[in-house]
Design a protein around this ligand. Structure first.
Ligand code: SF4
Length: 321
């Protein structure tokens, strides 16, 4: 597959400007490492609606069926202006391949934001979304959305990167707009999709086969909808075992008794969380090289995003897929 550069939206305070309410900026290591590989769009919703910097902090307050954005120090309410700004901004934003939003922000956060039950200073709160974050979730359904806090988690980060790069590759295929490009995309993503969602992978295969001779635009649109569903959740670790066992089946007869025993032993170690997924994947890949399995070597399963980013996800700690 051709190299692609995903387009990512990021909250501006994540390293791009000192625009937090207290004039600070967040220096996030993961975002710094991502920067050379992606095209970034950033914005600060609170600055965009004219709140200035530094500013008194705001909070989300439930007000009947809607959410208000209250500035407790001044009593001013910015809910309607923030909502209409967010709606217009999202409407005009060319869909990125992913979002990294500031965690817990009453504007940018998309979950785990304190949503206060009332305007009373001592009101209790429940977790919810910020006003811009909620609009992003509503408008960009199916596109990976995360915050910098959740992305510290090994599995969430791995899943996010795989999904973002896959959507970016699909965007390049859409630009080509040919059936041949779509067929190639599906063929090279087969095992990656199998890892995520076997049912969706098979459904997508039938969309590509296009036995009903649907127009190309309809085929692309159906395929894209199912691709987003397939990538919605991180794969289960048992799926990775199924996929590598499936690929192993293709050359197990050609391997020595010792090599087969090594493979079985590594699967057990992976099951016990003693080694990361990449150990199994690279072993299978080395056999694919040895036996000239070109179809397998083209699979993005072995490297769904740039190798330089693997070292920041694949620490071997925690369960990956
Ligand atoms: S969280 Fe969003 S609104 Fe708040 S400072 Fe960062 S970019 Fe601006």
């Amino acid at each position: 597959m051709d190299e692609v550069r995903p387009r990512l939206f990021m909250s501006r305070c994540l390293g791009f400007e000192h625009c937090r309410w207290n004039g600070e900026v967040i220096n996030d290591e993961f975002i710094r490492q991502l920067e050379p590989f992606v095209d970034i769009i950033h914005e600060c919703p609170e600055m965009a609606i004219g709140l200035g910097c530094p500013r008194d902090p705001v909070r989300v307050v439930r007000d009947g069926d809607t959410m208000e954005l209250l500035q407790p120090a001044t009593g001013r309410r910015f809910g309607p202006v923030m909502r209409s700004w967010a709606e217009a901004y999202c409407r005009n934003l060319e869909a990125p391949d992913g979002f990294i939003l500031k965690s817990r922000s009453p504007s940018c956060g998309f979950k785990d934001v304190k949503v206060y039950a009332s305007f009373a200073p001592e009101s209790g709160s429940k977790p919810g979304a910020g006003i811009f974050g909620a609009e992003v979730v509503r408008v960009f359904e199916g596109i990976p959305i995360e915050d910098e806090g959740r992305l510290r988690n090994f599995t969430i980060r791995e899943h996010f990167l795989g999904a973002v790069w896959t959507l970016a590759r699909f965007r390049a295929v859409k630009k080509k707009g040919t059936m041949g490009a779509l067929v190639d995309f599906h063929a090279s993503h087969k095992y990656f999709l199998l890892l995520h969602n076997q049912k969706e992978m098979r459904l997508m295969g039938s969309i590509v086969a296009n036995l009903d001779k649907k127009p190309l635009a309809e085929v692309f649109s159906q395929y894209e909808a199912e691709l987003k569903k397939a990538l919605a959740s991180p794969p289960k670790y048992t799926s990775l075992i199924n996929v590598v066992q499936h690929t192993f089946g293709g050359f197990s007869e050609s391997l020595s008794k010792e090599e087969r025993a090594l493979f079985i032993n590594l699967i057990e170690q992976y099951r016990d969380e003693r080694i990361p997924a990449s150990v199994l994947l690279q072993l299978v890949r080395s056999w694919a090289v040895r036996f000239g399995e070109d179809y397998l070597l083209k699979q993005v399963l072995f490297q769904p995003y740039p190798l330089s980013l693997v070292e920041i996800t694949d620490s071997g700690k925690g369960r990956s897929y």
